[in-house]
Design a protein around this ligand. Structure first.
Ligand code: NDP
Length: 286
């Protein structure tokens, strides 16, 4: 039987630490970390994410600034808003909720965010810095996965890690972070041959595919650590990950549940990046 890795518990401990550091920053230096969240349009899932991010900010003592633009706003209007936020001293982090309406180019928007306020770490400058291992911000989901792996105490040095998925926001940076920790990393995707066999060689398997029931027992090495990034809905509309939990769990040594695994970590890492941005901007880098 695998031990469950509780994203809720790891996340709660980190948020307590962030709240304490925020209180100290305000008291000792008069700095009040602020996150600006920009939402364009009325996508219901995005509205929930934005609300959760704001709530999380308030809970740790940050300022949360919310900007809502309607669905028909032009790209230039969004860029103008970002340029104003780039110059606003009260704003330390800027997050533009994705996806954007089709008439707005995501890359142009990301490029307009000042790299030192890019708390999602999507700006090419921050992506490049991750590549060379000299970074200030890590993308939230992969950074959260690293915290979960570290909470198990498992040694990454020389470990065989398999990441299934190669997206820019999860799979690729995930692989890079594991590599920085001296793991031997394999990245799999939809063209990978013998996927089950490759996965079955993993000491640590991270799945970021986006398909329910995707990772099955025959893809798991006995005693593997299994991290499920997937956030999907099954045939009954129930939230589920990529991993067929009931059959994989008996073979794994540690496993993340969905919900309550990677999910809660993403916002926590966003808070961590915002706090770091506030310190950096005030030359209090740790
Ligand atoms: P993408 O759709 O961008 O990427 C999916 C990846 O899976 C692609 O690289 C794709 O390969 C690969 N893939 C698809 N089918 C197969 C297959 N049959 N065999 C092997 N690989 C395959 O998704 P994201 O990275 O954005 O997200 C992945 C999952 O993680 C989703 O469920 C998403 O909801 C969830 N997620 C969860 C977060 C959280 O906070 N918990 C945050 C972000 C994402 P190819 O490149 O060849 O097409």
């Amino acid at each position: 039987m695998a031990k469950l890795i509780s994203g809720k518990a790891v996340s709660a401990a980190l948020r307590t630490q962030i709240r304490e550091e925020t209180a100290a920053l305000r008291e000792n230096h008069g700095i009040h970390p602020g996150l600006a969240v920009v939402l364009v349009g009325n996508d219901p899932a995005s509205q929930i994410y934005v609300r959760n991010k704001q709530k999380a900010c308030e809970e740790v003592g940050f300022r949360a600034f919310e900007y809502r633009l309607n669905e028909n706003s032009t790209q230039e209007q969004l860029l103008d808003l970002i340029r104003v936020l780039n110059k606003d001293d009260k704003v330390h982090g800027i997050l533009v909720q994705l996806p954007l309406p089709k008439h707005i180019d995501e890359q142009t928007v990301i490029l307009t965010i000042a790299p030192e306020k890019d708390v999602d770490a999507f700006h090419p400058m921050n992506v490049g810095r991750i590549m060379i291992g000299n970074y200030e911000f890590l993308p939230c989901t992969p950074a959260g996965v690293m915290e979960l792996i570290d909470s198990t105490g498992v040694d990454l040095n020389g470990a065989n890690c398999v990441v299934v998925g190669r997206s820019n926001i999860v799979g690729k940076p995930m692989a890079m972070l594991l590599l920085h920790r001296n793991a031997t990393v394999t990245i799999c995707h939809s063209r990978t041959r013998n996927l089950a066999e490759v996965c079955a060689g993993a000491d640590i398997l991270v799945s970021a595919v986006g398909k329910p029931h995707f990772i099955r027992a025959d893809m798991i090495k006995d005693g593997a650590v299994v991290i499920d990034v997937g956030m999907n809905h099954d045939e009954n509309g129930k939230l589920c990950g990529d991993v067929e939990f009931a059959e994989v769990e008996p073979k794994a040594s540690y496993i993340t549940p969905v919900p309550g695994g990677v999910g809660p970590m993403t916002i926590t890492m966003l808070l961590k990046n915002t706090l770091h941005a506030a310190k950096l901007m005030n030359h209090l880098d740790d």
